[in-house]
Design a protein around this ligand. Sequence first.
Ligand SMILES: N[C@@H](CCC(=O)N[C@@H](CS)C(=O)NCC(=O)O)C(=O)O
Length: 302
Amino acid sequence: MVHRSAMSAFRPGAVWSGVSECARGESGRRVGKVLLGAALLGIGLKVYGRYRRYQRRQRWNQAGKDVVVLHQFERATNFPNLSPFALKLETFLRMAGIKYVVDTEEPQGSRNKCPWITFNGQELSDSELIIDFLTQHFGKPLKEKLTPAEHAVGRAVQVMLDEHTIMAVAYKRYVLDGWSYIMGRFPKKYRLMLRLMMPINFPKIKHLFYTVGIGRFSEEETMFFLRRELRALEDVLGDKPFLLDSTPTTYDAAAFAELTQVIYGCAPEVERYVRANYDALVQYHERMKDKYWPDWEQCRAE
Ligand SMILES: N[C@@H](CCC(=O)N[C@@H](CS)C(=O)NCC(=O)O)C(=O)O
C-alpha cells in the first residue's frame, strides 16, 4: 500500500523539470551525445545490413535460369548437414539432377527456417513446398511409378520421420545429452559462441521440447519411440533396394536425410545400436549415400 503523503509528494512535473535541468548540465550534454552517437550507429548498422542483404540478393538472382540457390547451414564435421530438412532438399536436388549452388551466408529465410531457396528471382521456403514446386517446374524429374496407396505410405513415412523421429533425435542431442556429442558436429568456428550462449539458450531449448511434447519423456521412453519408428521404416523398406520401389522416389530423400541424423548426428550409442540391429536400414543408407553423395567425405566442415 502506498502512503497518502508519499502519493502527494510525487509530482510528475517536478520529475520532468529535474530531468530537463540535468540534461542542460555538462554531464547531461555528454549523456545526450552518447545516446545520439549510439542511435546513429544503430541506424548506420541497420542501413549497412540492408545494403548487404540487397547485394546478396542481387548476386543470388544472377545464379542463372533454373539454377537453385540452396540456402542452408554449413556442413557438419562428419556429414553434409545438421538440418535434416536441408539434407533432404539437397539430396532431392541431386536425385532430380537439378543444378544448384549452396549459400551459407543466410541459412534462414523469411520464415526464419532452414532451408530456403532462391529460384529464378523468387524466394521459397519449407523443404516440402520447395520439392513440390520444383517437381512441377521440372515436369516430375524423378519419373516415379507409384500407386496412390504407395504415395500415401511414402507421405506417412516422411511425416513420421520429419515430424516425430527427428524430435526424438533432437531431444537426445540437445537436452538428454546436454550437447555433449553434437557440439563436436558443429563447425569449429561456432563452438565457442554456442558454449557462451548455452546458459541463455539451453533453458529455452528445453522449454521448446517440453511444449512440443517429447520433452516430457524419459530417455528410455524417447529411445523406445525412436527404435519403434526405425523398425517401421525397416518394415516398409522390406527387401526392396529403395523405400517404395526398385528405383528411388522423392520419399527416399527424407528417409535418407533422417537416417543420416540418426546414424551420424544423434549419439555414438545410438549409432552402434542402429548398426547392430537395423542392418537393412544401414545398407539402404549406404546405397543412397553411394548413389547421391559420392563426395560425402568432401562435404564435411573443419
Ligand atoms: N518444415 C520445415 C522445417 C524447417 C526447420 O524446422 N528447420 C530448422 C533447422 S533443422 C530451423 O530452421 N530451425 C530454426 C528455428 O526454428 O528457429 C521444412 O521442411 O523446411
